[in-house]
Design a protein around this ligand. Structure first.
Ligand SMILES: Cc1ncc(COP(=O)(O)O)c(C=O)c1O
Length: 484
C-alpha cells in the first residue's frame, strides 16, 4: 500500500497564506484613516442609502479579492458610516475609545482571542478576571462580588436578573435552571419609572414577562414613590421579590435613591439589582459620587464598558454577590468541556455566552494605561462638557433647559416663543430630524414627562468646547429656519 499523501489546494495553502502575511501592510492606511480621522469625520454622512445600494449584489462566485474588499469596506464606512466614536456623537449613550483600549481590542482581534476557558485562553481569562477586580475597586463594589464580561448592559441585566431568578426559585426550594419556572407564582419585580427598556426585554426573555413589572412613580418623569414602593413590598408578606434600582436614567441622567431603596428592600426578602449602565461611573468623581451611594450593598450590578469607560463595542459587565449562584444559573458542562469542579475558571460557565471575545484585553489595557486618575479625568471632562452645554442652553433666549444637569445628559428644547406645548413638541420632533439630516451631529430626541426634548449625552473624551458651541449654534439656526 502506498503512503497516504495529500496536496492541499494551492489557493488555500499558498495564496491565503501570502495574503495573511501581507495583511498588516494593507491595513495601515485604513486604520490610520479610521482612528486618526475620527475627530474630523462627519458624524452622519448624507445619502447613506445610495452608497449602500451596492450591497444588493448576489453572492460572488469567485470573489472580488482581498484588496478590493478592504477598499470597498473602507469606502462604505467613510461614505455612509456613522462616526459614533467621534467627538460629535451625542446620541443614546455612546462612549469613545481610549487609545489604549482601542489598541488592545485590535490586538485581541489580531490574535482572534477567545475567552471561554483557561486551556484555550490563559491570557484572556486572567486579564478579564484582573480587569473585573480593578473595575470593582474603581466603582466601589465589594471585592467579594463575582464578575463576568458580556456584550453590554442588556446582557449584564440578563446575567444579574438570571442570578436573581435563581435566588428567587431557591427561596422556594426550586432550582429554576433545572426545572424551569412553570408551577411557581409570578416573580414580583418592583422598580421606579426610570427602568430601562433593556430590563423589560430581559424579563420577557426569562419567562417573567415584559409587562410584569410594578413601577412606583410619583410624577410624570418616573421618579420613585418610595412610600408606595415600601407598601408594595409589605404587601408581599415575606414572599421573595426582586427590586430593580436605576442608577442613571437616559432622559435627564437622574438617579433612583439607591441607598433608600436598599434600606427598604433589606427589611423584606429581596434581591436588589442595580442597573448602572453608565450612571455607575458617577462613583469616579467626588462631584457625583453621592449619586451612587449604597450600590456596594446591591446583590447584582450592571455596568457598561462601551459607554463611559470608553472601550470599543461591545463590552458590558455584570457583578453578582454570589459566584456559586451564577454557576448554578449558567451551568454548562459536557464530557468534552471542562469539569464543573475544575479549579481553573471557565468564564463561559458563569455567564450567558459560552464562546466569547477577549473583552478583557481592552478593559485591562485602558485601566492599566491610565489608572483611576485618567478615568476620573475622562468622567469629569464629560461632566464639564455637559455643564458647558447647559450654560450655553441657559444663555440662549430660544432654548429651554428642562431639568438640572446632574451628570452627562442635557435635556433641552428649542422654544422660539409663542407656541404651546403641543406645537413645541412637533417643532422639536422636526428639528431633531433636521439636525440628523444636517449630519454634523448625531443626537437624539426623547420625552421628558410629556415634553419632546433633545437629550445629548456626553460620554466621549474626544468632545471639545468648540464642538458644543457648534452644536448649539446648529440647533438654533436650524430651529430658526424651521420656525421662520
Ligand atoms: C440604564 C441602561 N440600561 C441598559 C442599557 C442597554 O445597554 P446596552 O445597549 O449596552 O445593552 C442602557 C443603554 O443605554 C442604559 O442606559
Amino acid at each position: 500500500m502506498s503512503a497516504p499523501s495529500w496536496n492541499p489546494h494551492p489557493w488555500v495553502n499558498d495564496d491565503l497564506r501570502r495574503e495573511a502575511e501581507n495583511l498588516v501592510n494593507l491595513l495601515t492606511a485604513p486604520l490610520h484613516e479610521a482612528i486618526a480621522g475620527a475627530d474630523e469625520r462627519i458624524a452622519l454622512p448624507a445619502a447613506a442609502d445610495e452608497t449602500l445600494a451596492v450591497l444588493q449584489e448576489h453572492l460572488p462566485e469567485t470573489g472580488n479579492g482581498l484588496k478590493t474588499t478592504i477598499e470597498q469596506l473602507l469606502d462604505l464606512q467613510l461614505k455612509a458610516g456613522a462616526n459614533t466614536s467621534g467627538p460629535r456623537c451625542f446620541h443614546f449613550v455612546i462612549g469613545g475609545n481610549t487609545p489604549a483600549a482601542h489598541a488592545a481590542d485590535l490586538i485581541a482581534s489580531a490574535f482572534d482571542v477567545i475567552a471561554y476557558t483557561w486551556v484555550v485562553a490563559p491570557v484572556a481569562v486572567r486579564l478579564e478576571l484582573k480587569a473585573l477586580d480593578w473595575l470593582k475597586e474603581l466603582l466601589g463594589l465589594p471585592s467579594t462580588m463575582a464578575g463576568i464580561m458580556v456584550t453590554g448592559a442588556t446582557m449584564a441585566n440578563f446575567t444579574g436578573l438570571a442570578a436573581a431568578r435563581q435566588w428567587w426559585g431557591e427561596q422556594q426550594g426550586v432550582d429554576v435552571s433545572e426545572t424551569g419556572i412553570a408551577g411557581l407564582p409570578q416573580m414580583p419585580v418592583l422598580t421606579s419609572g426610570y427602568v430601562h427598556a433593556a430590563t423589560r426585554k430581559v424579563l420577557a426573555l426569562q419567562g417573567i414577562g415584559r409587562g410584569h413589572i410594578q413601577q412606583f412613580t410619583r410624577d410624570e418623569f418616573g421618579r420613585i414613590d418610595l412610600e408606595g414602593f415600601a407598601r408594595g413590598l409589605e404587601a408581599l408578606d415575606g414572599a421573595p421579590a426582586v427590586v430593580v434600582a436605576n442608577a442613571g436614567e437616559v432622559n435627564a441622567g437622574d438617579f433612583d435613591p439607591v441607598a433608600d431603596m436598599i434600606d427598604i428592600a433589606r427589611q423584606h426578602n429581596c434581591w436588589v439589582h442595580v442597573d448602572g449602565a453608565f450612571g455607575l461611573f458617577a462613583a469616579l468623581s467626588p462631584r457625583t459620587a453621592h449619586l451612587v451611594k449604597g450600590i456596594d450593598r446591591a446583590d447584582s450590578v450592571t455596568v457598561d464598558g462601551h459607554k463611559w469607560l470608553n472601550v470599543p463595542y461591545d463590552s458590558g459587565f455584570a457583578f453578582v454577590r454570589d459566584h456559586a449562584l451564577l454557576a448554578r444559573a449558567f451551568r454548562y458542562s459536557a464530557d468534552y468541556l471542562p469539569a464543573e469542579d475544575d479549579p481553573f475558571p471557565t468564564l463561559g460557565a458563569i455567564g450567558p455566552e459560552s464562546s466569547r471575545r477577549g473583552r478583557g484585553f481592552a478593559v485591562w489595557a485602558t485601566l492599566n494605561a491610565y489608572g483611576r486618575e485618567g478615568h476620573r479625568r475622562i468622567i469629569e471632562h464629560c461632566l464639564d462638557t455637559a455643564s458647558y452645554c447647559a450654560d450655553l442652553v441657559n444663555a440662549a433666549p430660544d432654548l429651554d433647559l428642562l431639568a438640572d444637569v446632574q451628570l452627562n445628559i442635557v435635556p433641552f428644547r428649542y422654544n422660539p416663543g409663542g407656541l404651546d406645548d403641543k406645537q413645541l413638541d412637533e417643532l422639536n420632533q422636526r428639528l431633531g430630524q433636521a439636525v440628523l439630516d444636517d449630519g454634523r451631529f448625531l443626537v437624539g430626541t426623547s420625552k421628558l414627562g410629556h415634553r419632546t426634548i433633545f437629550r445629548p449625552a456626553f460620554s466621549n473624551w474626544r468632545t471639545r468646547p468648540g464642538d458644543i458651541d457648534e452644536f448649539i449654534e446648529t440647533v438654533r439656526s436650524l430651529g430658526q429656519a424651521l420656525s421662520a
